[in-house]
Ligand binder design. Structure first.
Ligand code: ACO
Length: 436
């Protein structure tokens, strides 16, 4: 729990109203900026705060993830992202996000066992997939499939029962790779591949993505390792747009599967998780290194509406720590697939080099974010661009679910209901049709 460490005095001087002074508690978490607790502001002073985009607003207390954007720090439950990526696998990190501690050997084995037992999806879901046009964007299919899970798993919909909440959480993390791979297989017209419980989480996903019934598929340990690390790097990122969407959707007590579907919808946007796909589209559009200056100039021109995809972040005003970790795996994967001299990677590195020296990007603290390199790794692995954001969603499901669980365990949680500053017509009467 955050503690009260002082008070903020807000002096209200409004035309036509007597001056008023209100005092609000200042909250301190364990680290990070303090926050003014304004919950009683409207009740005591009849005034709202106005913060579109939540630039200065904390929406909850959370003990899952800490980010210091200026220093480029990302920690889950106190562990640095680099430490976790180097020393744990994805499911250990999922356990950490869910339960607050890293698992011991037995807990790890039990958790992995439970996860693998939930990887299959209801057979009837195949019919849902086959209702979509083959050319549908796999994200559209994924949103539909995840939201539809509530129609299949009735025994984990009671959000007031902690056991059912846990079952729904395990189901979502375990089934996401299956549903994501199915969305991919459907879009390329290949048969769905069932999960294989003898494989690790990452290997199983790669197998469902790339295996075909006609041939034996062997996962490359290097690709599986990189996939596992990418999953860790995307597992949670505190109150970003999609996580806030999940929290807001579920604050109405909506069922968990529908809420994760809402989170995936938010993630799909190019300003958020859709950026990994947009980075590759952009690199393809640029085409050759000599055209980079033209695109840098375009990104700086406010009238162009163009932004350098994979650059900038609302919170990180320093190198995104996830991008720093990912670079290493990017080199390893490209070496493994024989694309060390990939023109795309060369172009990405050159773009980064130029942008990091350019006054426009330097002064605005625009650094490459996690999506700048993840797309290049996925591309090298042979994953089609359209499913990149699906992979992000698959990893982030752990964070969404952990945040959802945390919200429900908090006795203070309320339905989310922001207010507004109304600027429309105050009042008028409907005129008869002929007089409008
Ligand atoms: N290219 C060019 N200029 C940029 C970029 C960019 N990628 N990003 C920000 N800027 C400029 C803005 O135009 C603004 O300039 P100004 O101060 O002259 O008006 C300044 O930098 C500050 O940017 P904001 O838009 O205010 O930053 P905000 O926090 O609202 O946006 C965002 C962050 C959405 C990530 C933005 O940087 C962006 O669109 N980046 C490209 C998309 C992307 O890579 N998204 C992935 C985010 S990471 C993730 O979701 C995993």
């Amino acid at each position: 729990m955050a503690e009260i460490i002082g008070k903020a005095t807000i002096k209200l001087e409004r035309a036509g109203q007597p001056d008023k002074q209100v005092e609000m508690p200042i909250l301190k978490g364990t680290t990070g900026p303090d926050a003014i607790d304004i919950r009683k502001l409207y009740g005591t002073a009849d005034i709202f705060t106005h913060d579109p985009g939540f630039i200065s607003t904390s929406s909850c207390e959370s003990s899952i993830t800490f980010i210091d954007g200026d220093k480029g720090i990302l920690r889950h439950r106190g562990y640095d992202i680099k430490d976790l990526t180097e020393n744990c696998n994805y499911l250990e990190v999922v356990y950490l996000l869910f339960y607050g501690e890293l698992p011991n050997e037995k807990q790890k084995a039990d958790f992995e066992h439970m996860m693998t037992r939930h990887t299959m999806v209801h057979e009837q879901l195949r019919n849902l997939y086959s209702g979509f046009p083959r050319r549908a964007h796999p994200m559209a299919i994924l949103i539909g499939a995840v939201s539809s899970l509530s129609a299949f798993y009735h025994d984990s919909l009671d959000i007031n029962d902690p056991k059912q909440r846990e079952t729904a959480s395990i189901r979502m993390v375990a089934k996401m790779p299956t549903l994501t791979a199915m969305a991919h297989k459907y879009s390329i017209g290949q048969p769905f591949i069932y999960p294989d419980n003898s494989l690790s989480f990452a290997e199983n996903f790669l197998s469902m993505m790339f295996a075909v019934p006609a041939e034996k598929y062997k996962t490359s340990p290097i690709l599986a390792r990189a996939m596992d690390k990418l999953l860790i790097l995307h597992a949670d990122h505190e109150q970003n747009a999609s996580t806030s969407t999940v929290r807001l959707a579920s604050s109405s007590q909506a069922n968990p599967f529908a809420c994760i579907g809402a989170g995936i919808s938010s993630l799909w946007g190019p300003a958020h998780g859709g950026a990994n796909e947009a980075v590759i589209e952009m690199l393809k559009e640029i085409g050759t290194i000599d055209r980079i200056p033209e695109y840098i100039a375009k990104a700086k021109d406010k009238t162009s509406g163009f932004k350098l995809m994979g650059f900038g972040h609302r919170v990180y005003k320093n190198y995104d720590p996830r991008a720093a970790v990912i670079k290493k795996y990017c080199d390893e994967v490209l070496e493994e697939v024989g694309a060390k001299n990939s023109p795309m990677l060369k172009m990405a590195k050159e773009l980064e080099r130029i942008a990091l020296q350019d006054e426009y990007f330097v002064s605005r603290k625009l650094f490459p974010n996690v999506d700048f390199y993840s797309g290049i790794i996925y591309e090298a692995m042979g994953i089609p661009t359209q499913i990149f954001t699906g992979l992000f969603a698959m990893a982030r499901t752990a964070g969404w679910v952990a945040q959802w669980q945390e919200m429900y365990a908090d006795p203070d949680h309320k339905i989310g209901r922001p207010r507004q500053v109304y600027t429309g017509v105050v009042e008028r009467k409907v005129q008869p049709l002929g007089k409008r």
